[in-house]
Design a binder for this molecule. Sequence first.
Ligand SMILES: Cc1ncc(COP(=O)(O)O)c(C=O)c1O
Length: 405
Amino acid sequence: MKPTRSASLTRAAARRVSAIEPFEVMEILSRAQALEADGRAVVHLEIGEPDFTAPPDVVEAGVRALRAGMTAYTAALGLPALREAIAAHYGACFDVDVSPARIAVTAGASGALLLVMALYVDRDDEVLVPDPGYPGYRQFVRAFEGRPRALNVGAETAFQPTLEAVAAAWGPRTIGLLLGSPANPCGTVIAETELRRIAEFIAERGGVLIVDEIYQGLVYGRAPATAARLPGEVVLVNSFSKYFCMTGWRLGWATLPERAMRGLEKLAQHLFICPSSAAQHAALAAFSPASLSELETRRTAFEKRRDFLVPALEAAGLRIPAPPQGAFYVYADCSAFSRDARAFALDLLEREAVAVTPGADFGRNATQHFLRFAYTRGLPELEEAARRLARFCADAPRRGSLREA
Ligand SMILES: Cc1ncc(COP(=O)(O)O)c(C=O)c1O
């Protein structure tokens, strides 16, 4: 068939798309899948989602909703009963009053981040994002022609921003800061006092502080925290994906100051119409005593995995400069073995069939020295991965070439 437009006139994609960095972990994943097709038993520690499925009550409620035909559009900001249940959760867990009117149910934390950026970001507005940090943050800012500005964070501050760093980076076009706590990829938690100092600084400048609390319930040896009490324009992003083990249900939420809700609602109406109705009905059961007790058992399982993996990685010769306090990630420095963590990850996969994520996916700040291990597999698999890693690292001097990789 004859083309109607010349290829040179065809616009393949908007210019902003060319600025999107490739996702290294996908390269690892597709190679891991190829090895599996060849019969190798790959241990997957690259995947950032729980190996548990939704609690039984949630599944039952979801099935019931589907059978009852509760699948029509809901209100754009979500089912009133779910917004109330989320508000009650803040009351029960944190003794903080968050009105249901300030809660928007969304298509995961991703949907929340997209709507929040659509609400606040004008063209060329700058948003500070930690580096290393969750790679999606940069893309949500860019989607609305904003400029993500990397805020380099290091082990000395548990890979979390400080007031000094925020103040130094804050410029005339800066409108806010977006951070995660517990953070991906480092699993570290920001100190409450530091976050309050940052919130006050941002409030004085009329900016917005967005705190991604998606890993909120997954903390170890400490109580979960929320930024809900901080002053100023504070937005909280959260999700049913991680703690509630509901990644594919695509459900999350955001809490905003009340005056911002009308704008967010208009955006939600047009961009999403509403979050998945069946998932919302199912999520109502996520706060049942049985679900919460099941989720607590799983949190303890994650804690045991962390307590196994951190010393195992150190024993293999990796360095973990900031102990992970939450989420399900360990951010480990492999520079004793290689100057290029990506090469290390690919070689580890080829030789020992252990899949991990190269640090480069999380930014540019010394990320070439780091790997992210996700403990989203059970202890027996982690033990196997640790054996293989120890062998791989012990053999590194003999291979020699790896160090120059
Ligand atoms: C820090 C962080 N924020 C947001 C998301 C998006 O999660 P979802 O859209 O599944 O809720 C993820 C997913 O890995 C994440 O790690």
